[in-house]
Design a protein around this ligand. Structure first.
Ligand SMILES: [Zn+2]
Length: 328
C-alpha cells in the first residue's frame, strides 16, 4: 500500500485501486507484506500491480544526517525489510513469477551548523515571502510594488559576494529540473549547493549540529536514488550503464503489465534496455507453481545479481518503495 493510495484520482477523482489500505505508518511491515501477498494470490481476483511504501531511511536520515550510526542502523533495517519481502514471496511460491522493483525517490546529504546560509541578511525581508524550504527557497515579491529585478540582484549579490554556495534563478531558468511551468513556482528560486542549507534548518540540527537534506539539483550524484529490479521481465545480472530516471518508471511498469501508459514525462525507449526480450516467448508461470518449474529460471543469462546485498547501498536513499507486478 502506497502513502495516499486511498485517495481517489482521475479526471473526476472517482477512481480507486481495486485493493488498498489507508496509509498508516504504525502498521507493521510484515502486516503490509502479508496483505499485499494475499491480494496477489487471491484465487478469484488477483491483482497485477501492487505498491508498498516505507518512510525510512528518510526520516532518520533527516534527523542525524547520512553518516550517523543511527542512520546506518535504520538502513540495515530497510535492508532487512527487503529481505523479509523476498522471503515471504519465496515461501508463497511466487518469487520467480513476480517482477520486483525496489526504488527510492531521492538521495540525502548532510549539512552542518557550519554550512548554513542566512538569506535574511541579503534582501529586505519585508519585500518578499518564501514558500519553500531548504535547499529550495521560492521567493514571491510581497506585492506589485516590489521590483523583482532588484530583488534578484540583491540575492545574486549575496550568492557571489558573501558566499558562493547557493544559486539564484529566475523561474524560466529552472528548465534543467523541469521547474518552469507551474503557477505555483515562484518568480525567483534560491537553490543551495549540496552540503549547504538555508537558515530554516537551524532548529532541526541535532546535538552534533548536523541534519540531512534532499532537494538539491538532481544531477548531483548524492541526490541520485536507488533502483534495482528482478523478475521474469528483467534481464539477469544486468547493470545499467547510465542512471535510471524515475520518470521512466511509468512507461516501464505500463509495458510490463500490458496497459497503454497514462500521460507522463517518461520514455520507454530510455529504459527498455533493462527488459528481457525473451519474455514474449515464455509462458508466464502459475502463481503457485514450484520455482523449479519456472521456465525463466532456465534462461542462461548468467547468475542473478539480485541478492539482498545491493539494498545496503540505500545509504543515501529515502522513501523506499516496492513495486510488484505479478505475472501469475
Ligand atoms: Zn525527506
Amino acid at each position: 500500500m502506497w502513502a495516499g493510495s486511498s485517495t481517489p484520482y482521475g479526471v473526476d477523482y472517482d477512481i480507486l485501486p481495486s485493493r488498498y489500505m489507508a496509509y498508516n505508518s504504525s502498521i507493521p511491515w510484515s502486516q503490509r507484506v502479508n496483505e499485499v501477498i494475499s491480494w496477489m494470490t487471491d484465487e478469484e481476483k488477483p491483482i497485477n500491480l501492487a505498491f508498498l511504501y516505507f518512510n525510512e531511511p528518510d526520516s532518520q536520515g533527516h534527523r542525524d544526517g547520512t553518516d550517523d550510526e543511527n542512520t546506518l542502523q535504520v538502513i540495515r533495517e530497510s535492508d532487512a525489510r527487503a529481505g523479509e519481502l523476498m522471503t515471504k514471496l519465496k515461501e508463497t511460491g511466487i518469487y520467480d513469477s513476480v517482477n520486483l522493483l525496489i526504488v527510492s525517490d531521492h538521495g540525502m546529504q548532510t549539512v552542518s551548523n557550519e554550512t548554513i546560509i542566512d538569506t535574511t541578511l541579503m534582501a529586505d525581508t519585508s519585500q518578499y515571502n518564501n514558500s519553500g524550504g531548504s535547499p529550495v527557497y521560492q521567493i514571491w515579491p510581497q506585492d506589485e510594488s516590489v521590483n523583482v529585478e532588484e530583488l534578484l540582484a540583491a540575492f545574486r549579490k549575496g550568492s557571489t559576494d558573501e558566499n558562493r554556495n547557493f544559486r539564484v534563478y529566475k523561474k524560466e531558468e529552472m528548465g534543467f529540473v523541469n521547474f518552469t511551468s507551474n503557477r505555483r513556482i515562484a518568480p525567483l528560486i534560491l537553490l543551495a549547493q549540496p552540503g549547504y542549507a538555508f537558515e530554516d534548518v537551524e532548529d532541526n540540527l541535532n546535538a552534533f549540529g548536523q541534519y540531512g537534506v534532499h532537494g538539491y539539483d538532481s544531477r548531483f550524484p548524492s541526490m541520485h536514488a536507488f533502483f534495482v529490479a528482478r523478475g521474469p521481465n528483467f534481464k539477469k545480472g544486468y547493470v545499467s550503464p547510465s542512471p535510471i530516471s524515475n520518470l521512466d518508471l511509468v512507461p516501464l511498469i505500463s509495458e510490463i503489465i500490458g496497459i497503454p501508459p497514462p500521460p507522463n514525462n517518461g520514455s520507454l525507449e530510455n529504459i527498455s534496455h533493462l527488459l528481457n526480450t525473451d519474455i514474449e516467448t515464455s509462458e508466464p508461470t502459475s502463481g503457485t507453481s514450484d520455482s523449479t518449474e519456472d521456465p525463466n529460471l532456465t534462461t542462461p543469462t548468467g547468475s542473478s545479481a539480485y541478492s539482498v546485498a545491493p539494498v545496503v547501498s540505500l545509504i543515501l536513499c529515502s522513501l523506499v518503495a516496492y513495486c510488484l507486478n505479478f505475472n501469475g
